[in-house]
Design a protein around this ligand. Structure first.
Ligand code: CA
Length: 91
């Protein structure tokens, strides 16, 4: 658990290269490199751009750490739904 949290933080920090936000290019690179097996459409630049727009709550064209956590939460949520399989509709 601790290592997973560290990975989430260090992935953002290294992708942002010392900046506070991921710009479009850095975000696309991070998604393609790190999330290819958990997410669909990661080979599509336009799909990634759409995803970035959806995350960009303050509409500054960049992905902040907070906005990045929204993506992590979304992925964790969809993964847990996938893993719970037929139990998904009992909640
Ligand atoms: Ca933003």
């Amino acid at each position: 658990m601790e290592s997973a949290i560290k990975t989430i933080v260090t992935t953002f920090v290294s992708s942002a290269r010392g900046k506070e936000n991921l710009d479009g290019k850095a975000f696309e690179k991070m998604v393609k490199k790190q999330l290819g097996s958990i997410m669909e459409d990661t080979d599509s630049g336009s799909a990634i751009k759409e995803m970035q727009k959806g995350l960009d709550e303050n509409s500054d064209g960049k992905v902040s750490f907070q906005e990045y956590l929204t993506l992590v939460g979304y992925l964790a949520n969809s993964l847990s739904q996938r893993n719970s399989g037929s139990n998904a509709d009992t909640s």
